[in-house]
Design a protein. Structure first.
Length: 483
């Protein structure tokens, strides 16, 4: 081997050695680990998060607090504990500080997390950039690729950690709600069998149909009231907002009573818990929660069981359309309209129409005489008959404008009152014969044995038995295609 070749080899070997020295992973000297599972999360007493801002979570006899005063969100604390219970990885990526920026774990960019049990720090690490399954973390100078851990679990956002629930545990444990509005009217609700209902002593107006589901929804929405912010001190506009409360709520729980006063001022809305915090809440939500008993009126216009209807007759001007059910099949009995070429009556369209009648709700009650509403000579009539021969009718009179939108006066079989119904709702219900046509773009669903492999064994066996005969296949196909 000549001197020139030896010289080239020497230079090449020197470069390899230099590259090894420069890029070798010092962690290879000994296996390093990142292990938070060794920490007893229930023994933690303080969590400090540092970055662009600083968040301190402190545990006292009443639970976790943001700082020392504001309650922390139990759900956020639970997530933190779950992360600690699974954050473990063997082997570091690097211990070279000149690579920290590559993983976002340098002090100026990462989020520092310090965990305390009593006065002792049990972990001190920095969370950096995210990757698909987790984040890069620096601990004791080494960088680790830790799955299931993200910087969002240790957010530097104060709002992330605050418990913004105004009514605390009342949503789960509340037994009674008493709401007093600014006009001194009151509304009392009690929880019965996991549903909120009006108390027995609440007086309803005459000829009033109560929407019990609306009562339950309202109580759930009220108790779910969340703050936009929980300031350390009440905002300057709080006293003006609470001088004349929009409403006051007393929530009774098995072992305590929570009183919340809610008010609105020009600068915003607040909810103040007696003896507790003042929350900044959304004024629009407060307005929505301001309800009297009449706001729980049942505005359904029709009371029908779609499965029991056997005929429908539509009348609008000179147009008449009658559909009749025989067995399980629907057919056109009479029509003043020309039947479209290739028309086939689609069962799903008929069923949708019946559901539309069943779910028809008015926008409000109208204190209008039926004659003045045009119901002595209705412009639109739908007559439905059930399998017992009982006839039910929806009649709609003249159209009028309200809030810039068209409405009609209508009366159904739910009661004898006159209601305001949006014309747009009625247009769909009274659509003509073409609206009952099957959609050609919707291909029939075909079931084959390969698809059945995805079903539970007992269900699969039932379908297979039905598919063994041609008659069974046809019946199954009709069920699947809604025919």
């Amino acid at each position: 081997m000549n001197k020139r070749t030896l010289g080239v080899l020497s230079v090449f070997v020197a470069l390899l050695v230099a590259a090894y020295v420069m890029y070798r992973d010092p962690a290879q000297k000994g296996i390093r680990s990142f292990d938070l599972t060794r920490i007893d999360a229930n023994a933690l007493t303080r969590v400090v998060l540092k970055g662009e801002s600083t968040i301190e979570l402190v545990k006292n006899k009443d639970g976790w607090r943001v700082g020392t005063k504001l309650p922390a969100d139990p759900a956020a604390i639970d997530v933190l504990k779950r992360v600690l219970a699974q954050a473990k990885v063997m082997g570091a990526i690097t211990e070279r500080d000149n690579r920290y920026a590559e993983f976002g774990v340098e002090d100026k960019k990462g989020t520092q997390v310090i965990l305390f049990a009593g006065n002792k720090s049990v972990a001190d690490f920095v969370i950096g950039n995210a990757y698909e399954q987790g984040a890069y973390v620096r601990l004791d100078g080494a960088v680790f690729k830790v799955p299931m851990l993200r910087s969002s679990h240790f957010a530097l956002d104060r709002a992330h950690w605050l418990d913004r629930s105004v009514f605390a545990n009342a949503a789960k444990d509340g037994k009674e709600l008493k709401i007093t509005l600014a006009d001194a009217s009151t509304l009392t609700m009690t929880r019965k069998e996991n549903a909120w209902v009006l108390a027995d002593d609440v007086k309803l107006p005459e000829r009033f149909r109560l929407d019990s589901a609306a009562v339950d929804r309202y109580a759930a929405e009220l108790l779910a009231l969340n703050a936009r912010d929980v300031p350390d001190e009440a905002p300057a506009f709080a006293e003006a907002a609470l001088a004349t409360p929009t409403f006051t709520v007393i929530a009774k729980l098995p072992t305590q009573e929570i009183k919340v006063v809610v008010g609105i001022a020009d600068a915003g809305a607040v909810a103040r818990v007696e003896g507790g915090l003042t929350y900044v809440v959304d004024a629009a939500i407060v307005e929505k929660l301001k309800k009297h008993v009449i706001d729980f009126r049942d505005l359904s216009v029709m009371k029908i069981d779609p499965a029991k209807i056997t005929s429908i007759r539509f009348e609008e001007g000179k147009r008449i359309l009658t559909l009749k059910k025989t067995g399980e099949a629907w057919a056109i009995e009479k029509s003043t309209e020309t039947t479209p070429e290739g028309f086939a009556l689609a069962l799903p369209q008929v069923e949708n129409r019946l559901r539309g009648f069943s779910g028809l709700h008015a926008e409000g009650l109208e204190e209008t005489e039926p004659t003045a509403a045009g119901l002595n000579r209705p412009a639109m009539i739908a007559s439905l008959t059930d399998d017992a021969g009982v006839s039910m009718q929806l009649a709609c009179g003249g159209e009028f404008k309200g809030d810039g939108n068209p409405y009609r006066y209508c009366r159904g079989n739910a009661d004898d009152r006159v209601y305001r119904v949006a014309s747009s709702r009625l247009q769909g219900l009274f659509a003509g014969i073409a609206s009952f046509k099957a959609d050609p773009a919707q291909k029939p669903f075909e079931l084959n044995e390969e698809m059945l492999q995805q079903l539970p064994p007992d269900v699969r066996a039932q379908f297979l038995r039905q598919m063994r005969t041609e008659k069974g296949k046809q019946a199954l196909s009709k069920q699947l295609n809604g025919q």
